[in-house]
Write a protein that binds this ligand. Structure first.
Ligand code: CDP
Length: 205
């Protein structure tokens, strides 16, 4: 049984969809680490405070991620908040939240408590959080291709989504580090099924 497989990449590179399908094929859970940063961004919105101010209040909340075969459920103090995590408001502040070392440590502690095996997606899963992972992938695609993929998931025009992706690429640079031993997959000319097949091809039977 594979223990940890990491799939990192920039926003809308398809990492979550790929992680989910690869995990389903292997019969193990998938974990979308970005949801935890999104949950901290939601805490800021709920309390109407900045990323800096939320740092001092993190222990007030019980943050939990429960993987199911089809989705990840996120709970804040026992309340399911998963549906509130993919708004443009959260998109806009999540990088400022994720850049803060204390918040990264908080999220990484939640992640490291999840028992393997699993497939996990994010920005720094292979490089920082799970350097011991058996297989590491890094997905790339042009900003235009990624914007086209994301439009159906956001209630916004292509130009708005593209501008947001370019802005977040820059804002996330510091926290996006492909592991040195990651397999890089350019997905610009592949559909979802093609990327999943490319990942599975690299895994030992
Ligand atoms: O799917 P998308 O890349 O748009 O978002 P996500 O994976 O849900 O991540 C949301 C944000 O969380 C990213 O823009 C990063 O700022 C941050 N993030 C991070 O810093 N490190 C991770 N391992 C995962 C997400």
């Amino acid at each position: 049984m594979h223990d940890i497989i990491t799939i990192d990449g920039p926003s809308a590179s398809g990492k979550t969809s790929v992680a989910k399908l690869v995990a389903q094929r292997l019969g193990i859970p998938y974990i979308s680490s970005g949801l935890l940063y999104r949950a901290v961004a939601l805490m800021c919105l709920l309390e109407n405070v900045s990323a800096e101010e939320i740092e001092g209040r993190l222990e007030k909340y019980r943050l939990e991620l429960r993987p199911t075969p089809t989705q990840n459920l996120v709970f804040l103090d026992g309340h399911e908040v998963s549906k509130a995590l993919h708004s443009l408001e959260v998109d806009q502040i999540v990088s400022a939240v994720a850049v803060r070392p204390a918040i990264r440590e908080y999220v990484n502690n939640v992640l490291r408590k999840i028992p393997p095996p699993f497939v996990v997606d994010g920005r720094d899963m292979g490089s920082t959080v799970f350097p011991q992972a058996r297989y590491k992938f890094y997905l790339t695609a042009s900003p235009e291709v990624r914007a086209k993929r994301r439009v159906p998931e956001r209630d916004a025009a292509y130009e708005t989504v593209l501008a947001e992706i370019i802005r977040r690429d820059q804002a996330d640079q510091k926290q996006s580090a492909p592991a040195r031993d990651a397999i890089i997959l350019d997905t610009s000319h592949l559909d979802l099924d093609g990327v999943v097949r490319a990942v599975l091809k690299h895994l030992a039977p």
